[in-house]
Design a protein around this ligand. Structure first.
Ligand SMILES: [Zn+2]
Length: 459
């Protein structure tokens, strides 16, 4: 849809709070050239149909897992946990084709746009053909994701993943991990290929699957060779913590902080199991933490020390991860609800002493800034120099009607079951307008056909 040059919002989230009468100018590069509150609407401006929020970065996604959503919610044995879920997830990972991946990812990315995300970091470890052989172009599945992002109109940070072994004491991969095998050199080559393509709204960092799945020398090689975002699954499961303690004598976050040059490039995904000294070490390093509340609940991972991470000032970001939830308001809701259930208190994440009594606003401002950094952006949000992304709230949505303007974010996060984003702007272009995305019908049909093909063989 058409590129905009000047927008005007009666209300917009600027500088961490609602401001009124905001003029937003878009440069030829698709970034905000000026964002100025308290301005009259210029005659040539497009007036937004509702209050404007910045788009959010989804800092942790495995797109192919969208094909599996809703299909793992039945227990078929005496025990069901992360590891039994992983066995089922591998079943999809082992058979999805590049064309199917594109169709699944495009459907997911459109849902993410409608759920308020305008950029997604895909932690991409599915690299090879189903039999484990390399594609002629090793980036074949990376292009499937990049094409899917272009189909939907979302920005993509591709994170090719280092995946070398099955565990601390298992130097090789399991046979059912054959599509994941990479070395540090492979990962850097994939990153270079993506960057060299110079596609719009596409950038690349690198990732390390986990401490158990990578050799220390390879992790050092990646850290030495890359400037962009560097993501790692760090401490999702207590079994991982136990294995790391047994293999190295340290807990995962402690080992990482002691052995690798942690800094602001690093994003610690699922920093679920931590002790206070680890939180302090991460805070000193400048590294960020990515939490995925809905997935961590769905997989029974455990509850992160959210109050600790917040108090230490560690950058925080949100991820949709296994894709059970694809909208950030619900993720933010569960971020605080987990703490409320555990502590038997309300508004655990609010900070009235520090000047932010609103739980939603405090969490939202933290994940906005942390998400931008996790995707490699130096500026993010409604500010000059940042990419021209925004969300227009539908205040006629049943859940938001009647709320005072000052409490719209609170209502959106804690009392709106749907995704009341009317319009979504990415890099100065409307990806969703009046609830409509241009490619939605084609993307939906391709997804239906793909799901039928993927699952018909299983029944
Ligand atoms: Zn993950």
């Amino acid at each position: 849809m058409a590129a905009e040059t000047c927008l005007w919002a009666a209300q917009a989230w600027v500088g961490g709070r609602w401001r009124e009468r905001v003029r937003l100018d878009i440069g030829a590069d698709g970034c905000w050239s000026a964002v100025e509150p308290d301005q009259p609407a210029p005659a040539h401006a497009t007036r937004l149909a509702g209050p404007a929020l910045p788009g959010l970065v989804d800092a942790h996604s495995h797109a192919f897992q969208r094909a599996f959503v809703g299909l793992a919610e039945r227990r078929d044995g005496a025990h069901d946990d992360f590891w039994s879920w992983r066995e089922r997830m591998y079943g999809v990972a082992l058979r999805i084709t590049p064309t199917q991946l594109r169709a699944v990812a495009a459907h997911l990315y459109l849902e993410l746009l409608q759920g308020g995300y305008t950029q997604v970091c895909d932690f991409h470890y599915l690299q090879h053909a189903p039999d484990g052989r390399r594609y002629d172009d090793p980036a074949t599945l990376s292009w499937a994701l990049a094409d899917a992002a272009a189909d939907a109109g979302i920005g993509l940070t591709l994170l090719p993943v280092l995946y070398e072994r099955a565990g601390f004491a298992q130097p090789a991969l399991r046979d059912d991990q054959r599509r994941f095998a990479t070395t540090a050199a492979d990962v850097l080559a994939l990153q270079r290929a993506v960057q060299a393509a110079q596609r719009p709204r596409l950038n690349a960092g690198v990732a390390i699957h986990s401490l158990r799945a990578a050799l220390p020398a390879s992790m050092h090689a990646l850290a030495d060779a890359t400037e962009g975002p560097l993501h790692i699954h760090v401490a999702e499961q207590t079994a991982e913590v136990d294995d790391c303690l047994a293999a190295t004598g340290r807990r995962p976050i402690a080992w990482l902080a002691a052995q690798l040059p942690l800094d602001a490039r690093w994003q610690l995904v699922h920093a679920t199991h931590s002790v206070p000294a680890e939180v302090e070490a991460v805070a000193r390093s400048g590294a960020g933490v990515v939490l995925c509340p809905a997935t961590e609940a769905n997989l029974g991972d455990g509850l992160a020390d959210l109050p600790g991470w917040l108090a230490a000032g560690v950058p925080l970001a949100l991820g949709s991860d296994s894709q059970v939830v694809r909208a950030w308001p619900e993720e933010l809701r569960w971020l605080d609800y987990g703490q409320r259930l555990q502590q038997r208190q309300r508004n655990v994440s609010a900070d009235p002493v520090g000047g932010e009594p609103a739980t939603a606003a405090r969490l939202w401002n933290r994940v906005l800034a942390g998400g931008g950094a996790a995707a490699g952006f130096t500026r993010w949000g409604l500010q000059a120099g940042a990419r021209a992304d925004l969300l227009v709230l539908d205040t006629q949505d049943a859940a938001l009607r009647g709320l005072p303007a000052s409490h719209l974010l609170d209502g959106l996060v804690f009392a709106a079951p749907a995704r009341p984003f009317r319009d979504v702007l990415v890099a100065g272009r409307w990806a969703v307008l009046a609830g409509h995305a241009p490619a939605a019908a084609a993307i939906g049909t391709a997804f239906d056909d793909t799901m039928a093909a993927l699952w018909s063989a299983q029944t």
